[in-house]
Design a protein around this ligand. Sequence first.
Ligand SMILES: [Zn+2]
Length: 240
Amino acid sequence: METKSSILNSQFSITFGSKRIDFQLDFSNRKSLGITVTPDLEILVKAPIDATIDKVKEIIRKKAPWIIRQQSFFLTFHPKMTDRKFVGGETHLYLGRQYRLKIISEKVENVKLKGKFIEVTTLDKSKVKQLVNDWYLRNAKKKLHAIAVELIEEFRKHKVEPSSIVLREMPTRWGSCTAKGKIILNPELIKAPKGCIEYVIIHELCHLIHHDHTQKFLDLQTREMPNWEKWKMKLEKLLA
Ligand SMILES: [Zn+2]
């Protein structure tokens, strides 16, 4: 689902209510207008060669509510990280809970959870960020994998399973599923509550059966996780 726009496309926009909708327009030999909203929130429009710009804009305006819905759907998967300074007392999230950083001067470098704290021991304060991020990644590998294994097991009833599960930092998404059935998870998910992690994994597992976000896809996702909307909303708010 990686769509990168070509430079040849031309950029247009319409206004809908208070919103401005930018879209890339591309003419081709086709009968009707096609609109695609990419996971990066771009709007790609393919129009028949004889369509006028005004006609295209009129159709986009009619389709605006649908376009906005699609964008807000994808927006859920855009992790919003605020800049942290990695100084003592600062709040950091782990599995949906808030912990404060406690930095202790000690020769042995280590990071661990202790009560309401993420305790970091090091003599070099400039290394705190790296140590904490390495710790997050180690835990992401362990925990996300453990949660995924259980859900994959449940999904066997549909006679599907992912070819593999990998972690990869993605600036704009929480997870994705390739055409070959590889599920990619954003390690930042380790900061979210377990329900949010389950939601993202279930969402990607459902893509093994339905590759886009059609009603059939949504029906399956709802059967697998009836309260998915609640977790989707939490995920949206969590890292804002
Ligand atoms: Zn999806």
